[in-house]
Structures are given as C-alpha cells and as structure tokens.
Design a protein around this ligand. Structure first.
Ligand code: GCW
Length: 684
C-alpha cells in the first residue's frame, strides 16, 4: 500500500546507511528494561516496532543486573535499578521532576552504554521517544548528555468533537471517537493516537467540544470515556471533559444553574464523584461559559470566578482541575470585542481557587492569521493562565493550505509583555513565573480526524507535532522543530530537509500576506471562515462581520485601538502602549490592528499604505508559488502518494492566494480609489 501518512512522524523508515545502522545495532541489541508495568510494556513494544523497522533488529531484554553481556541501553528508574543512585545524584533526580528524563552516554570499562532514566515510568517513555528521535534523525549516540523536563504541567489537546462525531472547525473527517462502538470496541487508532501524543509529551486530552451539550456527562458516555482513559493511561495521558454550565438543569432537572445555590453545588459534587467512580484519575473540566450562546454565571449575575470555583470545589478532593476559558464576549455592548475578556477577568485576579487555570487564546479576537498577544497575559499576576493555541486551521486555509503554525506560536510566546519590566515574556507567564503557581499549561485545539493521514493536509501533522514540542518547552525554535519533523516524517536527505524546512518557514508569513497583511483581521468568508470576505456586513452580529474589523472608508483603513479609538491598547503595559501607540514605531505587522490610517499614509518604505497593502497581497501570491516550486523540486525524493497530495494542495493554495489578493484588493480599491502598483498582477 502507498504511504498515506498514517504513521505520522513515527515512520521509522529503514536506515539505509550501513555503517550508521551497524553502529546503532551494536549499541541497542541488548537492553536493560524491567517490564513491570503497562508503561514499561509500551516502551518495549515501541522499541520492538521502531528497531525492527529501522534496523531489522529484535533486541534482547533483560532486567537482571548480572547478565553475561552488559546491555548497551539501560532504561530504568532508580527504584528499578538502585545502582543508578551511584551514578546520578539525588539532586539530579529531583531536578527531573515527575516527567523529566535524562539521556546520557556512559562508559563502563571498554563498553559504551546509553542510559535513559527518570523518576517515573512515563519519564522513561518520554526518554525512549527522545532516543528513537535520535535514530530517526540519524544523530550520533556518542557523548549524549541531556536532561529534559517539561516547562508546563498540563499539555493538552482540546478536541472540538461532538457526540454525533461531527467536529467543529475540523477539516480532516469525522471525530476519531467512535462513541457508538465504545466501550466494547477499541479502535487501534486510539493506541496510535496515544503513541503519537506521548512521543511529543502531550499528557492530556479534552475529548469533547466546548460547545457540546451536557450529555457527555451522562453514564452512557462516562462508560465510554472510562474506556478511552484506560487505553491512554499507560501513555501518561489523562482525559478531561467539557462541562456545560447548565448541566444541572438539563441533566438534573433543577430550575437553576446558579453557582451560589446549594442544590446546584450539590449536583456538581455528586456528578464529579460519579465521574471519578468511572475514571479514578479523571483530569477535570474545560468550560466555555458566557460566550457565543453558551450559558454561564452571567445568567445569574455571578462572576466568572464564582462559576469556576463552584466546579473547582467539586473537583478538589479528587485533585481535578478546571480550565476556565477566557473567551468571553458579547455583541450586547458597544465595546471593542478585543477588550472584553480583559475587562471581565482582570478585576477577578486573585479570586480563583487554586485548582482553576484560566485558558486564554493567544490573541484577543479569535485565532486570526496573526494577532498581537492577548493583553490578559501579564495582567493577572495572581492567576494561573494557560495558553490556548488553535492547531486546526480555522482561519488559515483549513485542511487545504500548507501553513506551518510554529513560527506564529513562537512569535506570541517570545513576545515581551513588560508586565514586570523587560523580560516578562508570554512564555514566562504561562510557565508560571509570574503567578508562582505549579498549575501551568498549554492547550491546542486539535486538527485530528478520521482522514487516513489524521490531519487532512499532511503538513497539518507538523502543527500537532510542533504544538506538543512547544508545550513541553516554549523556548524551542520553530525552525529546528520543522527540520526534525521533516526528517522523521519524510527524509533525512540534507538538501530535501533544507527545502522542506524552507517551505515550512515561509508558509505562515505567506498566508498572512495573502490573507490579512499589516494587521488586518477577520475579513474571511461569513461563518465558515474559508476564503476572503472583506465585504461581509449586515449580519445579525456586528462583531462577526468584516467591516467591523477593517473599517475601510474613503479616507483610510484599520481599527483604531489607540486612546483616540477603542483604547484596547490601554490594556497593555506602558512600554507596549508607547511602542504600538505611534504608527511610526508600531511593528508593521500590527499596524492596522491598532491604527486607522489614511490610504496615502507614508510607510517606512516610502510607499503609500495602499501600495504596501497591495504589494503584501502580491508577495503572498509569490511566496505561495515559491512553496509550490520548491516542493516540485522534491518530486523524486518523496514517496509518490504523499508527494502528489501535497503538490495538488499547493496548487490549490496558489490559486486561492490569487483569489484572496484579487478579492481583497478589488474590494478595498472601491474605497482607496487608487491604482495598483505595477508589480501587482492584474486581477483576472
Ligand atoms: O473561533 C471560534 C469558532 C467557534 C468556536 C469558538 C470558541 C468552539 O468560530 O467555532 O467554538 O471560537 O473558541 O469557542
């Protein structure tokens, strides 16, 4: 069968360079591993699979300390092999925490050994994947000395999967959760899902959509959820569910869901106790309240903290947590949508129980191709905040465009909020440096579905991969992640890796250029959000139209968020206000996010704003072409099925980049009344 991409980055392609393969084989044929738990079994199975495929090797395992041949690889915690305490200090073990691992090449007389150690079996599993990654990328096993511990505690996928298996904003088929056949039938894909996630350090999954109804909390579902939890447990993955705020009414028949009412609290206490009977290590709830039609504490004039704390109280005895979303906004106020979450939450800083973490989208509007960081980051020093990134490409070409999102994640994570002077980056805040809380995390809205390659576009896999890597360590470079992913997924040939990495690193900027350059945002097609729609107006909610956001008129374009306008800028630190408040110093990429400027405004290039907008759209088209041609140069390097799928999608992308350019420029030209610069290709 053709390679359809099902194996993701765990391709384990045979290593053809014979000297390299020989060296690995020598090193790995004898493995110390004490097979005492389901997780240790998973490690052994993964090694069998990976070494079998990459090296045609069936390693021998032993957990005896006096076997005749010394093992070339030792995978053990100090409790499994107490002699490790002579080699690794207790401080080193303490520094690893629960999930961190240490990978080290050690010399034992004339024999070189590789050691994977950590405090828990899960840490050993993570370390094993790290070692396999070295083989997959053809790296040397000599002189390895690395320690790695996650910088965030909750690294979780958010599935927007409904009980009927439709997926909100999913572009890769139906939900992989086959509720109908669960709990009796375990689809093998659940195991591969767990392997893939564990290989990148993801340790949680919210199975259900934040917009799902309360039925996911009924015993009918809980039995099925319990089975998934059982499948995922050996891989270190906890399950979480979404909790609809009005569940006490819908399921419990109560007349209210007011969080201050004892019968409501009692209903949640009982429900939570019931869940833990099914799933003893249940992670907790993710909640969307008071947003886009979802019920919430506002219905009873209660605060977000009162709502979250009620659930937190119920979960506390079981060590469960609440991930309470900050995506709260309404069209019933004339206030700029970008300001509403901050206004709602900032006054509640310090009011949340300590098992609540507030989940904040990377930007204040909604997963736009590019947004400045959300002003809540840095503004709530006493509240744990977790990042919510969207992996699924709702506003970024969905299942068809190649857009590698890690540079966008990186841009946000690396931005300085100045919350406590220079150096308070968004990454630092989600790592808990400001709140001091150990409850830290990152959520990624999943792009996974039943498509054979999981993510619709093969390169969507890279976004899942990069999310996991950045959740583990937000300081990683997007370029290095791209390189590593492309080696594991496609080929180790250096020039092909260079080309694939170049395509990936170009792709986000390309999409921003042909969709929403210079800080434009939310100008896509009505409701489905695919393709251009800057003309969208007159819908039942202003804040879901395009004209609300671009504000184009005969004089100019852009949303004035300075003091002269909505003053959303006032929600940021003074340093940012100063920098972004002046169009001359505002980063060009955010210009029209914060400023409404005349068409003839002179840009640093010396050209007018109108010309710059037009040239950016053209550049997006040129870049999408560059991506296509670069990929075509790989026609003989990539297996045909995967090559052709990506190639056809890149052709669609080029065509649609032109569609975006033409649609947006012709629309905006009605206002600017200016000609296109000569470099811009004439609309067809
Ligand atoms: O991005 C918007 C989407 C909705 C989504 C919502 C949210 C789950 O258009 O489909 O609903 O955000 O994040 O809650």
């Amino acid at each position: 069968l053709a390679n359809d991409g099902y194996r993701l980055w765990l391709q384990y392609a045979p290593i053809e360079k014979s000297d390299l393969a020989e060296g690995y084989k020598q090193q790995l044929q004898q493995i110390y591993l004490s097979n005492t738990s389901a997780t240790m079994q998973v490690i052994q199975d993964e090694l069998d699979l990976a070494l079998g495929k990459m090296l045609a090797l069936s390693p021998r395992y032993s957990s005896s300390n006096n076997s005749s041949t010394a093992p070339g690889l030792i995978i053990a915690s100090p409790s499994q092999r107490p002699s490790l305490n002579e080699m690794i200090t207790s401080e080193e073990y303490a520094a690893l925490g629960e999930e961190g691992y240490l990978l080290r090449t050690i010399s034992n007389g004339k024999k070189t050994q590789i050691l994977i150690t950590g405090n828990t079996d899960i840490a050993l599993l993570y370390g094993t994947y790290e070692l396999l990654r070295k083989l997959q990328t053809h790296s040397s096993l000599e002189k390895i000395n690395l320690q790695s511990s996650p910088k965030t505690a909750i690294r979780v996928l958010n599935h927007w999967d409904n009980p009927d298996r439709t997926v909100e904003r999913g572009y890769a088929g139906a939900s992989i959760w086959d509720w109908h056949r669960l709990p009796d039938y375990i689809h093998p894909q659940y195991l591969d899902y767990a392997r893939a996630n564990a290989s990148i350090g993801i340790n949680g999954t919210v199975l259900t959509n934040v917009n799902a109804n309360a039925q996911v909390l009924t015993p009918y579902f809980l039995r099925k959820v319990a089975k998934l939890a059982e499948v995922f447990r050996p891989y270190g993955i906890k399950v979480y569910l979404t909790a609809r705020f009005s569940a006490p009414m819908e399921l419990g028949g109560l007349s209210t869901a007011d969080p201050t009412q004892p019968e409501v609290q009692e209903w949640w206490d009982n429900k939570v106790n019931e869940i833990y009977e099914y799933i003893p290590d249940f992670g907790g709830f993710l909640v969307k309240a008071d947003s886009e039609g979802q019920p919430g504490p506002q219905n009873y004039d209660r605060s977000q903290a009162q709502g979250a704390n009620m659930l937190a109280q119920a979960l506390k005895a079981h060590q469960g947590i609440v991930m309470w979303r900050a995506f709260v906004y309404t069209n019933e106020t004339p206030d700029d949508r970008a300001k509403q979450a901050y206004n709602e939450f900032k006054p509640l800083d310090g009011d949340f129980d300590d098992n609540v973490i507030v989940q904040v989208k990377n930007g204040a509007i909604d997963f736009q191709p590019r947004e400045p960081f959300h002003p809540m980051f840095g503004a709530m020093p006493q509240t744990p905040l977790m990042m919510e990134f969207q992996i699924t490409q709702e506003y970024l070409g969905q299942g068809t465009h190649l857009v590698y999102l890690a540079p966008m994640y990186e841009e946000v994570l690396d931005t300085d909020t100045y919350a406590e002077g220079p150096g308070t980056t968004v990454a630092g805040i989600i790592e808990g440096r400001q709140s001091g809380s150990l409850l830290t995390g990152m959520a990624g809205v999943s792009n996974i579905g039943t498509d054979r390659n999981w993510t619709g576009h093969l390169f969507g896999q890279a976004n899942w991969y990069a999310f996991g890597k950045l959740a583990w360590d937000p300081s990683l470079s997007s370029e290095e992640i791209a390189e590593e992913w492309s080696q594991m997924t496609f080929t180790n040939d250096p020039s092909s890796t260079e080309t694939i990495t170049r395509i990936m690193m170009l792709s986000h900027e390309a999409a921003v250029n042909y969709m929403t350059p210079l800080g434009l945002h939310h100008i896509m097609g009505w409701s489905h959000h695919y393709g251009p729609g800057p003309w969208v107006t007159d819908k039942h909610r202003d804040d879901w139209t395009s004209t609300y956001y671009h504000q184009a008129d005969r004089l100019g374009i852009g949303f004035d968020r300075t003091v002269k306008g909505s003053n959303a800028l006032g929600q940021y630190a003074p340093e940012i206000q100063k920098l972004y408040g002046n169009p001359a110093t505002c980063p060009e990429k955010y210009l029209l996010w914060f400023h409404h400027l005349p068409w003839e405004y002179v840009m640093p290039s010396g050209r007018s704003l109108w010309e710059e907008i037009a040239l950016h759209y053209q550049k997006g088209v040129d870049q999408s072409r560059e991506m296509l041609y670069a990929w075509q140069s790989l026609s003989t390097e990539i297996d045909p099925a995967r090559y052709h799928q990506v190639e056809s999608f890149l052709r669609i992308q080029e065509k649609e980049a032109i569609w975006w350019k033409d649609a947006c420029l012709l629309y905006f030209q009605q206002f600017s009344q200016r000609p296109f610069p000569k470099e811009v290709e004439k609309p067809e």
